[in-house]
Design a protein around this ligand. Structure first.
Ligand code: GLC
Length: 447
């Protein structure tokens, strides 16, 4: 098969695999592990140059007595999330699953539980798709580069030279654990690798072999793009010739791409913005800088309006509880999703230009107006004159009617409406959603 045909086949397979993902749009990210005890974020070992020995007490102590994965799963489902991704192993090398390849695992701590298995069972029981985050970096494994590495906690300490470290041993471990996760835990929907840097990328991880193995075990599996990149280094998924390990979706981090994400030919590629609720992925006791429910709702709408997904992170504490602020925000987001999720699931970008008062999402001939700004006069639907079959306020299904307003004459291409005579206050200050059914199958969709 020539290169072009190979690329076409790769992109077609990616399109098929990501169909459910791009429909479901909204997921929960869960960063949890030993770092919840120091409670200063998941990079605490890197920032404070903590050795394995000095980190060991947390391993000896880890016992999240309040951990109830069913409670987590209900919170995610009630927030309107359709999938969830848990850290099976983060950069500190601690495994939340009963790996046969290491003793550095949750089943050897006082908790004695296979946390990955309990997470998968509970979230599947709530009907959510499930994914596992797996760190390519490993600051515990003796064969991972220490001194001189860009990120290792012992990177500055010559006593941690790399003589005798056998990186192939580490790769056998990495591939072996991925095989365990994709063999022993049932159907996994997403494998979320993290992350590549400098020359630690692509075939340094034996990425082709890793992806081939993963796909042979779970052919439907979707994989992120961080075997080649990281949040800002996207790798070949953004080109017209993605590599076999380019991944199925890009994962911009702590930002939403201004124009969405496309390949070299301008075709939209699958992408998912991963964003923290506060400023940390892992639990951080002093970090109360939480985003509002309104900001989360509008971020989700922005992602969907640009053909993307939102993976919203929660960092549970050392007891296994969600922070109270996170619980409250997820509840508020869920209240909005319960009434407005028609404008999210199965939707994507509209072909209509972004309106002044908010954003559009669209599914077929159903155009969803997300109205954020209150308008002085009737609300303007630019370019929609003569194109509207019907309108409904999504939250309660009530009819809205585009009207003729004496003070809006002369704008013949545009349509206008109000909420029962006035356009303010908005029915929902976070995001008022109006479904506009377009006439004659007009979809005006971008791809
Ligand atoms: C960055 C951080 C990592 C976090 C990831 C989530 O790669 O290093 O701690 O898990 O972002 O996207």
């Amino acid at each position: 098969m020539d290169q072009t045909a190979q690329t076409r086949a790769l992109i077609e397979a990616r399109t098929q695999r990501t169909r459910w993902f791009l429909h479901d749009r909204f997921g929960m990210f869960l960063h949890w592990g030993l770092y919840a005890i120091p409670a200063r974020g998941e990079w605490v070992r890197n920032r404070e140059r903590i050795s394995v020995e000095d980190y060991e007490p947390f391993f000896q102590e880890f016992n999240p007595t309040h951990f109830d994965p069913n409670q987590w799963a209900r919170a995610a489902k009630e927030a309107g999330m359709r999938y969830a991704v848990l850290t099976a192993k983060h950069h500190d090398g601690f495994c939340l699953f009963d790996s046969a390849l290491t003793d550095y695992k949750s089943t050897n701590t006082p908790c004695k539980r296979d946390l990955v298995r309990e997470f998968l069972d509970a979230f599947r029981a709530q009907g959510l798709k499930v994914g596992l985050y797996y760190s390519l970096l490993d600051w515990h494994h003796p064969d991972y580069p220490h001194y001189g590495d860009l990120h290792h906690p012992m990177r500055d300490n010559p006593a941690y030279g790399n003589e005798g470290r056998n990186f192939d041993n580490y790769l056998q471990y990495l591939h072996g654990q991925v095989r365990e996760l994709l063999t022993n835990y049932g159907k996994i929907d997403i494998m979320w690798f993290d992350f590549s840097y400098e020359n630690m990328a692509g075939e340094t991880w034996k990425a082709q072999e890793l992806v081939d193995m993963a796909r042979s075990l779970q052919p439907h599996l979707i994989i992120d793009n961080r075997l080649e990149g990281s949040g800002d280094r996207k790798g070949s998924i953004e080109t017209e010739t993605p590599s076999p390990f380019a991944g199925d979706f890009a994962c911009p981090e702590q930002m939403i791409p201004p124009e969405g994400m496309t390949d070299g030919a301008g075709h939209s590629i699958p992408w998912e913005a991963c964003i923290t609720l506060n400023d940390n992925w892992g639990y951080c006791a002093h970090d109360h800088h939480y985003k509002s429910a309104k900001m989360i709702i509008r971020s989700l709408v922005e992602c969907v309006s640009k053909n993307g997904n939102l993976l919203l992170n929660v960092g549970p504490d050392a007891k296994g509880e969600f922070p109270p602020e996170a619980i409250e925000i997820l509840k508020q987001v869920g209240q909005w999703m319960r009434r407005n999720s028609d404008s999210i699931y199965g939707c994507g970008a509209s072909g209509f230009p972004k309106p002044e008062w908010g954003r559009y999402t669209q599914q077929g001939n159903k155009l969803y107006a997300h109205i954020y700004e209150e308008c002085m006069g009737p609300i303007c639907l630019k370019g929609l004159a003569g194109k509207i079959d019907s309108m409904r306020l999504v939250q309660d299904g009530s009819e809205l009617q585009p009207g003729n307003f004496w003070n809006m004459n002369g704008y013949d291409n545009d349509a206008f409406f109000t909420f029962g005579g006035s356009s303010y206050p908005l029915p929902d200050q976070q995001d008022t959603v109006v479904e506009i059914r377009l006439r004659n199958g007009e979809t005006n969709k971008t791809e």
